[in-house]
Design a protein. Structure first.
Length: 368
């Protein structure tokens, strides 16, 4: 296709090697003769530039990307046209893409949290400028040599200014695996569509797999439209339960149910991870000690354990200085004289008891 462009010059940019391609364009590593620096140049080949829709889409990407000034959105230095081929000049980042990490499997939670926070900040900024990305996926998240993340490739982005979408009406735009339900239906998109795609990326980073897969793009679209998202705990049981709740909301079929901003999704995910952090801290605490009943039940035939000496001393009262001499024999009853008046009381009590017995005997005789 455009491999013949290696070694050629577009305006002041000398094309050195081809480093990638996406959609209908190719990306080259180039040298900027005026700035004396290496850059990435995205080029729409001549035979495709003849297509009016592709040409307008490419130039719209250049214009939208150039107006976005954010530390984590891939900077656009220049754009133009040379020899009938439009081009976009961007910062050269050579640390790979997020896709290269995701292909290795589930990613560490601190790394996922960092990536999510950075992408969310860049997305919310783009949304505030009226730009909807519409093709959010790991291949469009780039790293430089220092590990800085950049959101790139606004090739199918839409500028929400009440104008018609330059990529056509009623057709599918984006990547099926990360597309929102409304995107699959070909409807007009809002920022909520990007948040759904970010939820798909979060699921993939956590589990190493996509939430929806199928033999054909149409089968995957059907799942986005009607199938509930699977729980990430099915593939990664060590995740906190709250993470499943976060993804359930992010991947809701209705845009109104999803998080209203990407930052809200990122904050909810970090809060869910806080439960795991608390559990980890509790796990590092020393155990309270063995339970003498349940962990080491005593032998029923064994002698009782001796009471420690320090415990005996703590509960033993101090000896009296003048202890009385104890007598092991009880004193006679006459040693305790009855109080005054108690003798008379005893006599009346005896008479009452005798009378009660006589009355009871009389009643028995009458009844009998």
């Amino acid at each position: 296709m455009a491999t013949d462009l290696i070694g050629t010059k577009l305006d002041r940019y000398f094309l050195l090697s081809r480093i990638g391609s996406g959609g209908s364009a190719a990306v080259y590593r180039a040298h900027d003769a005026q700035g004396d620096r290496y850059v990435a140049v995205k080029i729409l080949p001549l035979h495709l530039a003849a297509n009016d829709d592709l040409y307008r889409r490419f130039m719209r990407e250049a214009q939208m990307a150039a107006r976005l000034d954010h530390p984590h959105i891939l900077p656009v230095y220049d754009y133009g046209e040379s020899a009938g081929m439009p081009y976009i000049v961007m910062k050269l980042v050579e640390g790979g893409t997020l896709d290269s990490f995701v292909r290795e499997g589930a990613l560490p939670l601190p790394f996922v949290s960092r990536v999510l926070a950075v992408i969310a900040g860049a997305l919310d900024y783009a949304h505030a400028q009226g730009v909807i990305h519409r093709d959010l996926k790991p291949e469009n998240i780039l790293f430089d040599a220092e590990g800085t993340l950049y959101l790139g490739d606004f090739g199918v982005a839409h500028l929400d200014e009440g104008t018609d979408v330059v990529t056509g009406r009623g057709g599918f735009i984006g990547t099926v695996a990360y597309a929102s339900p409304e995107q699959c239906r070909g409807e007009a998109l809002t920022a909520s569509s990007d948040i759904y795609s970010l939820g798909v990326m979060l699921f993939e980073m956590l589990t190493g797999r996509l939430p929806f897969t199928g033999p054909t793009p149409l089968a995957v679209m059907h799942q986005h439209l009607s199938e509930p998202a699977p729980s990430p705990l099915r593939y990664r049981p060590d995740l906190p339960l709250a993470v499943a709740d976060v993804l359930r909301k992010a991947l809701a079929k209705l845009p109104s149910v999803r998080y209203q901003t990407a930052g809200a999704l990122s904050a909810a995910f970090d809060e869910a991870l806080g439960e795991l952090s608390l559990s980890a801290r509790l796990a590092t605490l020393p155990p309270p000690g063995p339970d003498p009943v349940f962990e080491h039940p005593p032998d029923p035939g064994a002698a009782p354990l001796p009471i420690p000496e320090d415990l005996l001393r703590a509960f033993t009262p101090p000896p009296s200085t003048a202890a009385p001499t104890l007598n092991n024999t009880l004193p006679p009853l006459d040693a305790f004289p009855a109080p005054p008046g108690q003798t008379v009381f005893r006599m009346w009590l005896l008479l009452f008891m005798i009378g009660a017995v006589l009355i009871a005997a009389l009643v028995i005789l009458i009844v009998g």
